[in-house]
Design a protein around this ligand. Structure first.
Ligand SMILES: [Zn+2]
Length: 180
């Protein structure tokens, strides 16, 4: 589990990296408090699906304003993971615009489909709570490719990736999910 100190250190490293590429440089510094507030909004979305509490929000990086919301609806459509539902909600409200200044918060580490969609969007940042390893530990099937691996395989992508935000809360959400 990531400690608060480690988390802050990694945020600092991400924000202060010298020579950061343009999309990353466009993101303003985001406080841990701001990250946690947005993650609480993602958790609120996750609670709308008791069995698959994958919830997400897209926020405006500068203000923290929530501009899109979504929860896993894969029983209706297999591509509707929380992140994709959230992207669709955002695009429906605002159009496919301003991606470099948007950050998506999600209760769990994005799968390759979702991380791929966010790389193609050129989103400014992706922040998650529970890791893919954490999901596997509570018995959820996962494709064994980390979000970091997708980012590292996409040299044109310059967005921020951060994990472990409110992980205690998101781990509990998945551990205590409704099981069939
Ligand atoms: Zn996904």
């Amino acid at each position: 589990m990531i400690s608060k100190r480690m988390l802050l250190a990694s945020i600092g490293a991400l924000v202060c990296t010298p020579g950061a590429k343009p999309a990353r440089a466009a993101l303003p510094p985001i406080s841990l408090e701001r990250h946690e507030r947005a993650m609480r909004a993602a958790i609120e979305q996750g609670r709308r699906n008791a069995a698959y509490p994958f919830g997400a929000v897209i926020v405006q990086a500068e203000t923290g304003e929530v501009m899109g919301r979504g929860v896993n609806d894969s029983s209706a459509n297999p591509t509707l993971h929380g992140e994709i539902a959230c992207i669709n909600d955002y695009v429906g409200r605002h159009g496919s615009t301003d991606w470099p200044s948007r950050v998506l918060y999600t209760t769990a580490e994005p799968c390759p489909m979702c991380m791929g969609a966010m790389v193609w969007a050129g989103i400014g940042g992706v922040v998650f709570g529970t890791s893919i390893e954490g999901l596997k530990r509570v018995g959820m099937d996962q494709i064994d490719i980390t979000a970091r691996a997708v980012v590292d395989a996409s040299p044109f992508y310059t967005g921020m990736l951060l994990g472990g935000v409110l992980q205690g809360d998101t781990d509990r959400l998945f551990r205590e999910r409704k099981r069939g």
